[in-house]
Design a protein around this ligand. Sequence first.
Ligand SMILES: [Zn+2]
Length: 175
Amino acid sequence: MMTTRLPTQVEPYRLAANEQVLEGCVDLAGMKRLAEEAGAQQGDCEVRLAFGIDAQGRRYIEGRLQAEVSLACRRCLEPMPVSLESHWWLGMVSSDALAAELPGDYEPVLVENEQLNLLPVVEDELILSLPQVVYHDEAECAVSRDQLASGADAEVSEEPAASPFDVLRTLKDKH
Ligand SMILES: [Zn+2]
């Protein structure tokens, strides 16, 4: 298991010139924006950042991350463990105007005064790699368990939940 912490403040141009690789963990508990998107998290995100300069002279960061997060099941709202993995390319730019000139496979990362704080970079990527919705396997989902316990037959438990439109229709009919 990885125990080194990823450095927070780095000089990315120097790292790119030396083609350096940084590997380490980032604490998920400190990530406020991630908590807003996905609820408070615990544990570590494992990160590997390879700095370099491509054939066109662009300075880049090739990033990989892996983390275990806990997300609410859309069906029963209980937390469930979800593995996140991501692989991405960042092109370093010194202004927003230059970001538009990057080829499509790079996401821009703004470098000011030759300094870069890596924590927001990792947090952004974690948020982007979150799945839209997650569901427990039916056998493990509290909703399915309740239906089994209350004696509902399999046909009923496989029916999808009422759509929001059905609810609206019902409300309309009442008026
Ligand atoms: Zn569930």
